[in-house]
Design a protein around this ligand. Structure first.
Ligand code: IPM
Ligand code: MG
Length: 403
């Protein structure tokens, strides 16, 4: 037995634990939810990202600025670009987020972020941490909220993915113990489990939803998932009007494709990695990850992003102008609702639904067989400016459901 290796691993683990215990203190001392109604101006930052990111970010910013034009004119909101969150700059500083960029990001209440390249072993870039994950950790964006809605199939799901812990918390800090053994660490803490579950139950209550489902693998992963699940049922007692149940991730993955059962699910709350996987599957029902937006919400900051990658190949093949901006525009719509303008969010989402799911006057294929992102954004703009846009959407939905 190699005692040196064991000692080294123990020390490593000890250091990680000390950091995490400090983090627990920080979470407990965290101020309560920011109230956007009391802030002027609300500062919105745009992070273009890598690859197709800057192309789709430009279109998303254009629509965002149009929807909020009165507030911009009145000085209630400002929208600005934040530079430097590119893979080249991150690689140069060998950091997931260079310090000056992070300081800049923290000056904005909310950000809209394009996809960023996540290097992995073997890439030409240094194997730095995913910058999505780093932003989530740095700004303590503990809730990854992902809606999936397909009205004609009766699907109306809202996922609350815990966003700061699980295998992601210590993802870059695993250890090769010796020549044979590698270990990663999975962390679930009570404060983090509680705050995501609180948000899931509170949102369910506010929206009049009647069921919240917790997804784990607590039969096998007994300690961490065990805690997550135990806290779920304890909290559920505070919400007697809401049915609380739980499923294991494997069968849950199957039930989402079960036509007889899937409409029964309403709100799902789950640890980070299960949430990562299940929300990709769920997004497929509404047209794939390219059509889904994601909200990363914390008590002080929030970041909204497309859930797909940066597609460097499209840029290399000179096709970036054909990249679909819809996922990022959906993220922009969520941002608008989050800072206090739900009616404006609805208009933009109605335009996205009409153009993408029903009318489809323009279609994006990712190449010159389809529309460019620019033309598509103009199509969305025109659709959104129709004062009857929401009624039009309802008509389309009714026609499809009746067909
Ligand atoms: C997502 C993405 C990220 C994640 C990647 C890019 C690190 O898949 O937002 O779901 O795993 O969270
Ligand atoms: Mg993912």
């Amino acid at each position: 037995m190699n005692n040196d290796a064991i000692t080294r691993a123990k020390d490593h683990f000890g250091r990680l634990l000390a950091d995490q215990m400090e983090r627990m203190q920080r979470i407990k001392a965290m101020p309560d939810w920011i109230d956007y109604a009391t802030i002027s101006p609300i500062k919105v930052g745009i992070l273009g990202g890598d690859g197709i990111g800057p192309f789709i970010a430009k279109e998303a910013k254009w629509l965002l600025s149009e929807v909020l034009k009165d507030e911009l004119a009145a000085g209630k909101i400002v929208i600005e670009d934040i530079e430097g969150l590119t893979i080249e700059n991150r690689a140069e500083h060998n950091k997931a987020i260079p310090d000056d960029v992070l300081a800049e990001i923290k000056k904005y209440h909310v950000t809209l972020k394009g996809p960023t390249t996540t290097p992995r072993k073997g890439d030409p870039w240094p194997n730095i941490e995913s910058c999505n994950v780093a932003v989530r950790k740095e700004l303590d964006l503990f809730a990854n909220v992902r809606p999936v809605v397909v009205p004609e199939q009766g699907i109306d799901w809202l996922f609350f993915r815990e966003n700061t812990e699980d295998l992601y918390a210590l993802g870059p800090y695993g250890i090769d113990v010796d020549d044979d053994i590698s270990i990663d660490f999975r962390l679930i803490s009570e404060p983090a489990a509680d705050r995501i579950q609180r948000l899931a139950f509170e949102s369910a209550k506010k929206q009049g939803r009647t069921r919240v489902t917790c997804v784990t693998k607590a039969n096998v992963v007994k300690t961490t998932d065990g805690r997550f699940l135990r806290r779920f049922y304890e909290m559920a007692k505070e919400y007697p009007g809401i049915e609380a149940d739980d499923w294991y991730i494997d069968i849950m993955t199957a039930k989402l494709v079960d036509e007889k059962r899937r409409r029964d699910f309403q709100v799902m709350v789950l640890p980070n990695l299960y949430g990562d996987i299940l929300t990709d599957e769920a997004a497929e029902f509404q047209g794939g990850v390219g059509t889904a937006g994601s909200a990363n919400i914390g008590k002080q900051y929030a970041m909204f992003e497309a859930i797909h990658g940066s597609a460097p190949r499209m840029v290399k093949e000179n096709r970036a102008q054909y990249a679909d901006p819809c996922s990022m525009i959906r993220a922009a719509a969520m941002l608008i609702g989050h800072i206090g303008y739900p009616a404006k969010q609805k208009r933009l989402e109605a335009a996205l639904d009409i153009c993408g799911n029903y009318e489809r006057k323009l279609v994006m294929t990712g190449r010159d067989t389809g529309s460019t992102g620019r033309d598509y954004a103009e199509y969305l703009m025109e659709t959104m400016q129709d004062p009857n846009v929401e009624q039009r959407l309802k008509d389309f939905q009714a026609a499809k459901a009746g067909a």
